[in-house]
Design a protein around this ligand. Structure first.
Ligand SMILES: Cc1cc2nc3c(=O)[nH]c(=O)nc-3n(C[C@H](O)[C@H](O)[C@H](O)COP(=O)(O)OP(=O)(O)OC[C@H]3O[C@@H](n4cnc5c(N)ncnc54)[C@H](O)[C@@H]3O)c2cc1C
Ligand SMILES: NC(=O)c1ccc[n+]([C@@H]2O[C@H](COP(=O)([O-])OP(=O)(O)OC[C@H]3O[C@@H](n4cnc5c(N)ncnc54)[C@H](OP(=O)(O)O)[C@@H]3O)[C@@H](O)[C@H]2O)c1
Length: 455
C-alpha cells in the first residue's frame, strides 16, 4: 500500500463519516477519525432499533473493516467543539489540511409551545439514545406515564411507539399528526412492528372523521387507509395490551401541567388541509381539543448543535450556495452566511448537512460524495511527505494525551467488542453493551491487561 500524501480529519464516526473515511483512506489520505462517543457507528449503533441485530451487526462488521485500514487513526471519547476537547480551529492550526464534519444532527427540534418544560415532555432523540444505551442518556431517568402523545408520524415515531408498547407497556399511545393519513411519513415495513396494537375501531372512526377534509383536497381516504393497514401483512406479534391510535389534523398548541409540574394534557388546534405548490399543508381552524395524556414526546426531527463552531442555517451547518468542488450538483463546503464566503478546508456531510434526512444508505452516499469533494480540494494542494503526515498526526495525538481523559483507539474498540460479545454469550442474550463510559473504559483497560499477560 502506498503512503498517505495528505491528512484529513473526519469529525463524527457515524455512517456518513465512516463511509467518507473509506473513500479517503483508499485514496492515499491519512484519516484522523474523531468521535464523541466511545464506539463508532453514530445512529447505526444508537438510533436503529435494538432488536435489528442483523442490520446492526452487518454495519458494525463493515465499519470495523473500514476503520482497520492502516491509514485510519480512530480516537473515540473526543468532543470536537469550541469548548470541547479540540476545536476545528485547533485542528487546522495543527496542520490538518481539510476537515469533514459528519457529526450528525445532535440538537433537538421543538415547537416552542407553552409547557415544553414540564416533567414528562421529551424529545424522541433522548429516548432513542436512552433505550440504545448511549451514555449519559442510558442512565437518565425518564418519567413515562400511561398515556403518551407522540408528535409526528415518521419512522422515529414508530420506533418510540415500539419501545413504549414492547418495553414500557403503557396503556395508550396516540400518534398526533398535523396533516392527514395520506401524509404519514413512516414506512409500512417499520409500522409492521406495532400494527398489532392499532385500535382498528378507533382507526376506522378517525378515517371517517377526516374523510371530508381529505376528499376536499382530492385525496382518497381508502388508499391512505389501505397503505397503513398493509403493515398487517407482516405484523409482528402483539406483545402487550397497549392501545395505539392516531389523531390526525391536530397541531399541538400547549402542554397542560398539574400542580407538581407534570404533564396533564395536550391541547391541539384542529386543522384542515389545503393544496399549495403541489403539496398539502395544514391550516389551523382556531378550534382546540385537549388530549388526555400524561407524557408528550416530540418525534418531529432534529437539528445540528451550534456549539461545534460552524454557522447554522435552517437547522443544518450552512453550505456554500456556489461550491468550488461540487459533486453531482451538491455542495459540501462549509459556508459563512455573514461573510458570504466558504470556510476554507471545511466540508460537511450526512445529517450534519441535511438533518433527519434518510436512512443509512443516504448517509453513506453523502459521505462518499463529500469525500470526493475533499479529494478535489486536496488536489489543489501539494502532497505531503510521509514524515509530515506522521508529524501532524502526532501533534493531535499529543494534544489529546494532555487532556487528562482516556481516548479510545481502534484497538480499544476491537477489545470492547470482544468483551461485550463474550458477556452476551455468558448471559445468553443476542447483544450486550455497557451503559456508561466508565464501564466501557474499565472493560477496555482489563482486556488490555489480559492481552499483555498473554504475550
Ligand atoms: C431513531 C432512529 C432510527 C433509525 N433507524 C434506521 C434504520 O432502521 N435503518 C436505517 O437505514 N436508518 C435508520 N436511521 C437513520 C440513520 O441512523 C441515519 O441516516 C444515519 O445514522 C445518519 O448518519 P450520520 O453519520 O450523518 O450521523 P450520525 O449517525 O448521527 O453520526 C454522528 C456521529 O458524530 C459523532 N459526533 C457528534 N457530535 C460530535 C462532536 N462534536 N465531536 C465529535 N464527534 C461527534 C457522534 O458520536 C456520532 O458517532 C434511524 C435514525 C433514527 C434517528
Ligand atoms: N426504521 C427505520 O428505517 C427508521 C427509523 C427511524 C428513522 N428513520 C429515518 O430517519 C429520518 C428521520 O425520521 P423522522 O421520523 O425523525 O422524520 P420524518 O420522517 O421527517 O417525520 C417527521 C414527522 O414530524 C412531523 N413534524 C415536523 N415538524 C412538525 C411541526 N412543526 N409540527 C407538527 N409536526 C411536525 C412531520 O409532519 P409533516 O409531514 O406534516 O411535516 C412528520 O410527521 C427519516 O428518513 C426516517 O426514514 C428510519
Amino acid at each position: 500500500m502506498s503512503a498517505a500524501k495528505h491528512v484529513v480529519a473526519v469529525v463524527g464516526a457515524g455512517p456518513a463519516g465512516i463511509y467518507a473515511t473509506d473513500t479517503l483512506a483508499k485514496n492515499e489520505v491519512a484519516v484522523l477519525l474523531l468521535n464523541r462517543d466511545v464506539r463508532p457507528g453514530g445512529l447505526a449503533e444508537y438510533g436503529i432499533y435494538p432488536d435489528k441485530h442483523r442490520m446492526k451487526n452487518g454495519l458494525r462488521r463493515t465499519f470495523r473493516r473500514i476503520i482497520e485500514h492502516p491509514h485510519v487513526v480512530y480516537y473515540g471519547n473526543v468532543l470536537v467543539a469550541r469548548d470541547g476537547d479540540i476545536s476545528l480551529e485547533q485542528l487546522q492550526a495543527m496542520g490538518i489540511e481539510a476537515i469533514l464534519v459528519t457529526v450528525g444532527a445532535q440538537g433537538t427540534k421543538w415547537l416552542g409551545i407553552p409547557g415544553e418544560d414540564l416533567t414528562g415532555v421529551y424529545h424522541a432523540k433522548e429516548l432513542v439514545y436512552h433505550y440504545n444505551k448511549l451514555p449519559p442518556f442510558s442512565t437518565r431517568t425518564f418519567h413515562i406515564g400511561n398515556r403518551v402523545a407522540l408528535i409526528g408520524v415518521g419512522n422515529v415515531m414508530v420506533d418510540v411507539a415500539h419501545w413504549l408498547i414492547a418495553e414500557k407497556r403503557v396503556a395508550e399511545v396516540i400518534a398526533v399528526a398535523r396533516r392527514g393519513p395520506a401524509e404519514v411519513k413512516f414506512d409500512r415495513e417499520e409500522f409492521a412492528a406495532i400494527v398489532a396494537n392499532l385500535d382498528l375501531e378507533a382507526f376506522e372512526a378517525e378515517i371517517a372523521r377526516v374523510r371530508p377534509v381529505m376528499e376536499a383536497v382530492g385525496q382518497d381516504p381508502e388508499e391512505a387507509k389501505a397503505y397503513i393497514l398493509s403493515a398487517m401483512e407482516k405484523a409482528a406479534p402483539r406483545v402487550s395490551d397497549t392501545r395505539f391510535c392516531f389523531r390526525f389534523l391536530a397541531s399541538p398548541r400547549r402542554i397542560l401541567g398539574d400542580e407538581q409540574g407534570r404533564v396533564a394534557g395536550l391541547e391541539v388546534e384542529n386543522t384542515t388541509l389545503e393544496r399549495k405548490n403541489g403539496d398539502t399543508r395544514a391550516r389551523g381552524l382556531g378550534t382546540t381539543d385537549v388530549l388526555n395524556v400524561d407524557t408528550v414526546i416530540f418525534c418531529i426531527g432534529d437539528q445540528v448543535d451550534p456549539r461545534l463552531g460552524l454557522p447554522v442555517q435552517g437547522g443544518a451547518y450552512a453550505t456554500a450556495p456556489e461550491p468550488r468542488f461540487p459533486v453531482k450538483g451538491e455542495s459540501y463546503e462549509a459556508f459563512d452566511p455573514s461573510t458570504g464566503q466558504p470556510i476554507e478546508g471545511i466540508f460537511v456531510a450526512g445529517w450534519a448537512r441535511r438533518p433527519s434526512r434518510g436512512l443509512v444508505g443516504v448517509a453513506r452516499k453523502d459521505g462518499v460524495q463529500a469525500a470526493q469533494a475533499v479529494l478535489q480540494y486536496l488536489n489543489t494542494r501539494p502532497p505531503l511527505t510521509a514524515e509530515a503526515v506522521t508529524e501532524r498526526l502526532d501533534t493531535v495525538r499529543q494534544h489529546l494525551s494532555r487532556l487528562g481523559k482516556p481516548v479510545v483507539t481502534k484497538e480499544d474498540w476491537f477489545l470492547l467488542l470482544e468483551v461485550e460479545a463474550e458477556e452476551a454469550k455468558r448471559r445468553g442474550v443476542p447483544e450486550f453493551r455497557f451503559a456508561t463510559v466508565e464501564e466501557m473504559l474499565t472493560a477496555i483497560a482489563r482486556a488490555r491487561e489480559v492481552t499483555l499477560d498473554q504475550r
